[in-house]
Design a protein around this ligand. Structure first.
Ligand code: CS2
Length: 509
């Protein structure tokens, strides 16, 4: 094999034996699934489960991967005929496997037509998606469709040329209804709470505005199951591409690196035929809620916490942050003392063991998950990861001191990106500008900052924002995290009772 030859079907027979290859006849594969959002997570999760299923019982579940936002797929996955390397990395271990389940990729960034062609075709009976939290165009605090979102306003005015995910899906369903009429399942694989319910709501909101029979047709022919998905798979870096070249001698521009752990729990509510992912490790279940709470509050809650406190403390990756004993101790205490008591019983899982397993996953030094990547779009993440457990705790009169720290961390992260704070780093969050403007106006007064940020009701429901205990903890957190010694705040919170501190910040309010 010539060094750095690019991955392609013709190369499969010549790859080193350490690289596992698809054990089924790829040429016979027919597409049955479409996926929107072919990022690292999809390539490391749904596409791998599907590859397992093809090995297990073939059938006709090839995947068509669609991107409606950058990056373009044609020059990477497209050139490789959909093939890519999935590396599992755990500390010193590396395991390589070529995933063959993606049969075609479609770039639809400049207009919805190519995506609609696929989504409306009769052969597609399952549409999965990883479009990020903000892709659903919902209001995080309520789950309702955000009618002020410019893409939504555009799509409601021009439903035949949609830009948003809800607009594209509603249009695809309309085309299906008007042509072959075959049922379809739309399966969200994003970390939003009750993701199937939210997806159903935003798509139906469009259908109802379209009038005619669409809403009724959707009721009868479309399913929106909720699902919990899990595998840590950071954005691919140049170093990952280099790892494949160095270790295995070929070039793959669509490599993805993930941890060994994976989980997929899907609500048993389908329309049309279903890929039997349950034969290869996924779980089909009546109620996903307990799994969803467990995963978003524990694993994702810990990631979000380590990302904000990590950036503020000067750590680059999750594994660097958790290697710090103060942050490790903080996050373990937060999860054990405050998060765990909010969880429902989860069939087959011991919550305390799940916490330890999650913490050890985050300590995996071979997974280079940047804190800034996880910190992205925090406004769309903190409700399910932090604010919902805080609300549950408040309803029981229980302490929320630890869970409030990462909420203040998210605020401090965006505040410090403002001009007034010297643009400490670049951020990406739909609410970044609004919070930068607040910071520019107010400066470092924790009380005034907290008041202005808590007033954003798309994130903080008014009852929570008005809670004096929550507000006091957020103010104390902000003051500490915006000081010259952010880790000092974490140390202080870890060191015990804080009533005195709270009284002091209440006095200065
Ligand atoms: C991460 C998730 O970027 C993020 O928000 O917290 O992508 C996380 O790695 C996955 O949910 C793990 O399953």
């Amino acid at each position: 094999m010539r060094r750095s030859e690019s991955l392609a079907p013709a190369l499969l027979g010549r790859l080193p034996s350490a690289v596992r290859k698809p054990a089924y006849d790829r040429a016979a594969l027919k597409p049955g699934i479409a996926h929107i959002g072919v990022g690292a997570f999809h390539r490391c999760h749904q596409a791998e489960y599907t590859d397992d299923l093809l090995e297990n019982s073939f059938d006709r579940w090839g995947l068509i991967g669609i991107n409606i936002r950058p990056p373009l797929l044609a020059g990477t996955l497209g050139r490789q005929n959909g093939l890519y390397t999935r590396l599992i990395r755990e500390n010193d271990e590396v395991e390589a496997r070529i995933i063959g389940s993606i049969v075609r990729v479609v770039d639809s960034q400049d207009g919805a037509a190519p995506a609609l062609d696929v989504l409306a075709s009769p052969e597609i009976e399952m549409v999965t998606m990883t479009v990020t939290e903000k892709g659903y165009c919902h209001i995080p605090s309520s789950g309702a469709l955000d009618l002020d979102n410019p893409d939504i306003a555009h799509d409601l005015a021009s439903p035949e040329a949609p830009r948003s995910v809800p607009g594209i899906l509603a249009r695809a369903l309309e085309l299906r209804m008007a042509s072959h009429g075959r049922p379809v399942t739309l399966l969200s694989c994003d970390n939003i709470p009750t993701n199937g319910v939210i997806l159903g709501n935003v798509v139906r909101a469009f259908a109802e505005r379209r009038g005619g029979k669409l809403a009724d047709w959707i009721e009868a022919n479309v399913a929106f199951p909720s699902a919990m998905v899990d595998r840590i798979a950071p954005a691919t870096s140049a170093a990952d591409i280099g790892t494949v070249e160095q270790r295995y001698g070929y070039h793959d521009s669509a490599v993805v690196v993930g941890e060994r752990f994976r989980q997929w729990v899907i609500e048993n509510r389908f329309a049309g035929r279903v890929p039997r992912w349950d034969r290869v490790g996924a779980t089909f279940i009546d109620d996903v809620t307990p799994f969803e709470h467990l995963k978003m509050r524990v694993l994702n809650g810990a990631q979000t916490t380590l990302s904000y406190l990590g950036v503020l403390g000067g750590f680059e990756h999750t594994s660097d942050a958790i290697a710090n004993s103060l942050l490790a101790n903080f996050v373990r205490r937060m999860l054990t003392e405050e998060t765990l008591p909010t969880l429902m019983a989860v069939p087959g899982i011991v919550p305390a063991a799940y916490v330890e397993q999650s913490l050890s996953r985050l300590a995996n030094t071979a997974i280079r998950h940047r804190n800034h990547q996880i910190a992205t779009d925090g406004s769309q993440k903190i409700v399910q990861r932090l604010l919902n457990p805080i609300r549950d705790r408040l309803a029981k009169g229980a302490s929320i001191e630890l869970l409030s720290v990462p909420v203040a961390g998210w605020m401090a992260y965006l505040v410090k990106a403002s001009t007034r704070f010297g643009r400490a780093w670049q951020v990406s969050d739909p609410f970044a500008e609004r919070i930068a403007a607040i910071a520019d106006r107010i400066g470092s007064d924790g009380n005034a900052l907290a008041d202005a940020i808590l007033a954003i009701d798309a994130i903080f429901d008014p009852q929570l924002a008005a809670n004096a205990k929550f507000r006091a903890h957020v103010v104390a957190g902000l003051d500490g995290l915006l000081s010259n010694d952010p880790m000092g705040l974490v140390r202080q919170v870890c060191s015990g009772p804080t009533d005195a501190r709270l009284k002091q910040s209440a006095r200065s309010a």
